[in-house]
Ligand binder design. Structure first.
Ligand SMILES: Nc1ncnc2c1ncn2[C@@H]1O[C@H](COP(=O)(O)OP(=O)(O)OP(=O)(O)O)[C@@H](O)[C@H]1O
Length: 308
């Protein structure tokens, strides 16, 4: 079995208690694989460790045990191969929106001249609706949603191999959220980018993802299930609810969050398999896959509206 593009191997994270008490084991023995070009969402209750996993994938935090291997190399620090959108935007406050983007683009594409950098950056700012003069404002002069859009433009503009998104649309109104979700799918569809995204929104996850990872509650959280979303693309927000698998998947996710995330919580004893259980619906519901690790995503239909 080939090694996946992104391989999370027996990852654990413990934080020291502030006053020398018992350390907090946020999650333990998390193993999973993500194939190149796959779009994966992760869902779990607040505090189970989703952002901590994402920070480790980004190389911004270190695991207590285990490793993350991307493209055959262990992740040991941040890299422009991995673009990140955080919940709290993380923009450089002394630079304009445009300069926040050009700064990253210049670092990524070192041989480009100023004009190329400017045009490329403006293209992505335009994509998020911020090319009408707002690009000249500093983060403190922008609303929360606008700041988040700058952060999204910056991450997309560097065209990373792996896009890490930590609730990227949380601060956006429904209309902007929908149009940026569409842009994300358009960009991802036309590239071989891999996306790993945290969301609390089950409908968003079903609309966007090839696969949804479900985390149990912490401490000692783990990724218990990997739900395949085998709904053909393009998926349209207005029509996806009519797909025969839609409510089966949705009910499964909601039920996991309501009961099983808690029922499955707690420390696992040694022999427990660390790879999540694969869950499939529709025609593939009976398919037997022993573990998620290394499994290929369902047939990819990357066509989106107006694009192939
Ligand atoms: N630097 C840190 N030091 C100590 N504890 C931390 C640190 N960072 C996170 N934690 C703790 O680790 C746990 C997981 O936090 P994390 O932010 O990863 O959760 P999350 O699932 O992303 O939550 P949310 O959905 O609310 O964003 C929490 O209990 C949090 O308090």
């Amino acid at each position: 079995m080939s090694t996946p593009f992104l391989s999370v191997q027996n990852l654990s994270k413990r934080f020291q208690a502030p006053k020398g008490g018992e350390p907090l084991t946020v999650f333990e023995n998390v193993s999973l694989g993500v194939e190149k070009g796959e779009f994966v969402c992760i869902i779990g209750h607040s505090g189970c460790g989703k952002s901590t996993i994402l920070n480790i994938l980004a190389g911004l935090d270190e695991p207590s045990d285990g490793a993350v291997i991307m493209n055959g190399k262990e992740v040991s620090g941040p890299s422009l191969d991995r673009g990140i959108v955080f919940q709290n935007y993380s923009l450089l406050p002394w630079l304009s929106a445009l300069k926040n983007v050009t700064f990253a683009v210049q670092a990524r594409f070192r041989s480009w001249n100023k004009k190329q950098v400017h045009e490329h950056s403006m293209k992505y700012l335009e994509m998020v609706g911020l090319a009408d003069g707002a690009e000249l404002r500093k983060p403190s002069q922008l609303s929360g949603g606008m700041r988040q859009r700058v952060s999204i433009a910056r991450a997309f503009a560097i065209q990373p191999e792996l896009l890490l998104l930590d609730e990227p649309f949380g601060a956006l109104d429904a209309l902007t959220r929908g149009s940026i979700q569409d842009e994300l799918i358009r960009i991802w569809s036309g590239s071989d980018q891999t996306v790993f995204m945290i969301t609390h929104d089950v409908d968003e996850a079903i609309l966007l993802a090839d696969r949804i990872l479900l985390m149990t509650n912490g401490p000692y959280a783990r990724v218990a299930e990997s739900v395949q979303v085998e709904i053909d693309r393009p998926r349209e927000r207005a029509n996806i609810i009519h797909h025969p698998d839609y409510y089966d998947i949705r009910n499964h996710l909601v039920e996991f969050l309501a009961t099983r995330s808690r029922a499955l919580a707690g420390k696992q004893e040694g022999t427990e398999q660390s790879a999540p259980k694969v869950v499939r619906f529709g025609a593939n519901a009976g398919a037997v896959i022993p573990s998620e690790k290394g499994s290929k995503p369902g047939a990819r239909k990357r066509a989106v509206n107006g694009a192939d």
